[in-house]
Ligand binder design. Structure first.
Ligand code: GRF
Length: 190
């Protein structure tokens, strides 16, 4: 069975979608550990509620980015993951982490990449005036939201949308897309 480590920084609704899919037997996989870089991230509460081991690795406890990434990678490696999912993890990872999990790290981003990389992707989409927005799951490389695309979902942008309404419409698709990609990864289809 596919063993995952999920990296989070905040709310954790994508983590919850994964946990729910496992609970409902829509996904044959296991979340072996949830790691946060933010101690009070709500995602950690969701993990604990589901009985998933958690740990927190904070950037400020490490003198360099390299040390931080080594600690993060050590913590992930302990769980022997087949797949590492960045689900609202708000830091860019470098070689110190990625070289240890080659081809095994995926991220979910709330835009139709390669458009609107980085922060506030939904606001960027609204400001650009696009008629369609969406989300992307991609492999993580050294760039920001720039690795090979695995799959995407599209939603319309409505005339009355603000950042909140558009983000909510995209988020619903994120939850579905992420679970779907994990299922396919587990089946060797990605
Ligand atoms: C999502 O929009 C995700 O695409 C982005 O950060 C947000 C995380 O939301 N990377 P949540 O923490 O999963 O609720």
């Amino acid at each position: 069975m596919l063993r995952m480590v999920v990296l989070v920084s905040g709310r954790g609704s994508n983590l919850q979608a994964i946990l729910d899919a496992i609970e409902n037997r829509r996904l044959a996989a296991e979340v072996a550990k949830v790691i946060s870089d933010v101690p009070n991230a709500y995602a950690l509460k969701r993990a604990k509620r589901a009985g998933v081991p958690t740990c927190c690795v904070e950037r400020r406890d490490h003198s360099s980015r390299a040390d931080f990434e080594t600690a993060l990678a050590d913590c992930a490696e302990e769980a022997e993951p087949d797949l590492i999912v960045l689900a609202g993890f708000m830091r860019v990872l470098g070689r110190g982490f990625l070289d240890r999990f080659s081809g095994k790290v995926i991220n979910i981003h709330p835009s139709l990449l390669p458009s609107f990389r980085g922060l506030e992707a939904q606001r960027q989409a609204l400001e650009a005036g696009v008629r369609y927005a969406g989300c992307t799951v991609h492999f993580v490389n050294l760039g920001v939201d720039s690795g090979p695309i695995i799959d995407q979902r599209v939603v319309p942008v409505l005339p009355e949308d603000d950042v909140e309404t558009l983000s909510a419409r995209i988020l619903e698709q994120e939850h579905d897309l992420l679970v779907d990609v994990i299922r396919r990864f587990g089946a060797g289809l990605v």
